[in-house]
Each structure stands twice: as structure tokens, then as C-alpha cells.
Design a protein around this ligand. Structure first.
Ligand SMILES: C[S@@+](CC[C@H](N)C(=O)[O-])C[C@H]1O[C@@H](n2cnc3c(N)ncnc32)[C@H](O)[C@@H]1O
Length: 209
């Protein structure tokens, strides 16, 4: 699977399916939102959502007064669908780019929060992982936060037809380095809305010194 084309793969997934039928879609984004609230960010903070897909998180953040959100995905189809689901795109910055081979993403300002649900675990080559974490370290402010929500060590081995890398906190920490401190973590069992199947996730919140 090492040579597959991320963009084609994900565009096909979003083109061929309503969001409710995607194996990662959440009707309820409470878990991410709970962790975001723990960060006690000001409403003018800059939030970066990596591989946002059609997540309802953006709408929820807008509703709670956060308006400076950078929304990334490699799939332009996902971004178009997400945009058309929002009442306003004021303050939002949409960036279609590859987290593992960034170009446009290199130009974004530093962020107060980096949020990644079910994206990092698709990067299974060392080069991809290094590129992702280099970008993250370049873009998260000192005192900023990082939220990861990925398939746990004892979780599923594939998603959307792709192999994934299962995570625990040591793996996050090793990639982040000593500059980041784990401040909250738990396991969570996600239920797919379309068929009731479950997936084991680990949720972790890190703060940069
Ligand atoms: C499993 S989905 C999760 C979507 C969203 N975070 C959520 O929780 O609903 C993975 C997302 O990552 C995006 N993605 C995959 N590879 C990417 C890459 N290299 N750069 C940016 N986005 C990527 C996909 O298009 C897809 O939207």
C-alpha cells in the first residue's frame, strides 16, 4: 500500500458516500470537544483541524464562538462538502494539502491547538510520520495544545481499506519529543452510526512547554 495515491483514495471515499455511511463519521463529536474545552482557549485562538473530512466539529466550534479555524484535508471533495454544510465560512481558512508532504500548510500561521482525529494513524511509513511531526512542531505555539484520537494498540488494523498504525501514548510522546507533555488521556469505544460496529480509540491531550 506504500505507493497509493492519498488524494485519489480519499476523494473516491467522499464522492461515493454520504457522510453518515463513512466508517469514521461521528454524529456526536463530544469526545473531541470535551478535550478542546480542557485547553481553556480564548475564542480568538487559532485552531488547526488536520484531515477534517466532513466532521461536525467545525460547526460545533463555530457555535461556541471559535471562529479562527484552519481546516485541512487532502480531499477537495471532502472540503467542498464540509463547506456547503456550514452556515458561514467567515474566519475559516480551508487548506487542501498533504500533511505528509506539505506545501500550502507550510505557509499557515502558528496555531494554539492542533486537532487530529483518525488521520495520523494512516501514515505508516517513517518518512510520512517524520514529515507530519515536523510540520506539527513547526506550527504549534509554545504553550499550545495537541489532541490525538487514533486507533488504539488493541484496536482495528485497517480503515477505509488502508492499513493503519495503532497508537499508544509512548508512540505519541516519542514523536513529539520532550517539549510536549501529556496532560490527559483515555480509551474510547466509537460506534459507527451506519451499522453499530465499534472501534477502539485512544484520546490524548498534550501541551507544549
Ligand atoms: C478517517 S478520516 C477522519 C476525518 C475526520 N477527522 C473525522 O474525524 O471525521 C481521515 C481523513 O484524513 C484525510 N487525509 C488522509 N490522508 C491525508 C493527508 N496525507 N493529508 C491530509 N489529509 C489526509 C482524509 O481525506 C480523511 O478526511
Amino acid at each position: 500500500m506504500k505507493d497509493y495515491n492519498f488524494k485519489l483514495h480519499w476523494n473516491k471515499a467522499y464522492k461515493n458516500s454520504d457522510k453518515e455511511n463513512l466508517g469514521w463519521f461521528e454524529n456526536d463529536i463530544t469526545e473531541s470537544f470535551k478535550l478542546i474545552q480542557k485547553c481553556e482557549l480564548s475564542k480568538s485562538s487559532i485552531i488547526f483541524n488536520a484531515g477534517a473530512g466532513e466532521s461536525l466539529l467545525i460547526k460545533k466550534l463555530q457555535k461556541h464562538g471559535y471562529s479562527k479555524i484552519i481546516i485541512n484535508d487532502i480531499s477537495d471533495i471532502a472540503i467542498e462538502k464540509l463547506k456547503s454544510s456550514l452556515d458561514t465560512i467567515n474566519g475559516l481558512n480551508f487548506i487542501i494539502d498533504d500533511l505528509t508532504n506539505p506545501f500550502e500548510l507550510l505557509k499557515i500561521e502558528e496555531v494554539d491547538l492542533w486537532h487530529d482525529r483518525a488521520v495520523l494513524h494512516f501514515f505508516i511509513n517513517l518518512k510520512q510520520i517524520e514529515a507530519y511531526f515536523n510540520l506539527l512542531k513547526q506550527k504549534v505555539k509554545s504553550g499550545g495544545y495537541v489532541i490525538f484520537s487514533e486507533f488504539a494498540l488493541n484496536g482495528a488494523k485497517k480503515c477505509c481499506g488502508l492499513e493503519i498504525l495503532n497508537y499508544d501514548n509512548n508512540m505519541f510522546q516519542n514523536n513529539l519529543g520532550d517539549d510536549f507533555q501529556l496532560i490527559y488521556t483515555y480509551n474510547y469505544l466509537y460506534t459507527q452510526p451506519s451499522n453499530g460496529n465499534t472501534r477502539k480509540y485512544i484520546y490524548s491531550l498534550f501541551k507544549r512547554k
